[in-house]
Design a binder for this molecule. Structure first.
Ligand code: SF4
Length: 222
């Protein structure tokens, strides 16, 4: 009963949070609308980098080619469909708005000021959800939690992080975009597989299709 009560309080707070997040227009160089995966109460937080130009039109994160690769990884590793993934994990990002195109090609990298602005949303999500596992995807997301290192040194490993007095595991993934070949050749291929194995074995990765542990990714063990 206590757990159920707690779930409804968290869901209410998270719904309020997402509603406010969608109204944010703090960064003048960013292109609204804000992209959010919705108020999914979960013990796992996935942190992407920033949406591309397709995501604001479709209205959800990882909605284009990088997303296809990301969801394929989880489908192959855990038999999880895209919709199961989206309804089980909270999908955050370093920046929630499309930064625009870089004149030299590709998407503009968010400025440190924009990353700082948007970190307030991420910090609030960490506070509300108190995740047991954070999965940062891509270098910009990884460096919000771990000191900057080469991907070879951090992918395939699990780290314990303490932030604002809350302790959680961090298992980084490379960015699934086609722009980087890192995850398609060795040692990236094997390290990616190892990282996915760590995620699937994590106690918070406790979903109905694996062990009937309940909806929304709430681990019954934590
Ligand atoms: S990037 Fe983040 S802080 Fe900046 S306007 Fe979008 S939601 Fe707000």
């Amino acid at each position: 009963m206590q757990k159920r009560h707690c779930f409804f309080n968290i869901a209410k707070e998270l719904t309020e949070h997402v509603k406010k997040l969608r109204q944010c227009r703090l960064c003048p160089r960013m292109y609204p609308p804000v992209v959010s995966g919705g108020a999914v109460v979960s013990k796992i937080l996935l942190v992407g980098q920033a949406p591309g130009d397709k995501e604001p039109k479709i209205g959800r994160p990882f909605a284009w080619t990088a997303g296809k690769t990301l969801f394929r990884w989880f489908n192959e590793a855990a038999g999880m469909s895209e919709e199961q993934f989206r309804s089980s994990l909270y999908m955050a990002a370093v920046c929630r708005c499309f930064p625009g195109k870089n004149p030299a090609g590709g998407d503009r990298v968010p400025s440190p000021e924009e990353v700082l602005n948007c970190s307030a949303w991420l910090n609030h999500e960490l506070k509300i959800l108190q995740p047991a596992l954070v999965i940062p995807v891509g270098k910009l997301a990884i460096e919000q939690f771990l000191p900057l290192q080469k991907l070879d040194q951090i992918i395939g490993r699990k780290f314990r992080v303490i932030r604002d007095g809350h302790c959680f595991d961090v298992i980084p993934l490379p960015h699934p975009s086609g722009a980087s070949p890192w995850h398609r050749k060795e040692p990236g291929k094997s390290l990616l597989k190892r990282a996915l194995r760590h995620i699937i074995k994590h106690p918070a990765f406790n979903f109905p299709q694996h062990n009937k542990g309940g909806r929304y990714g709430f681990s019954t063990k934590s």
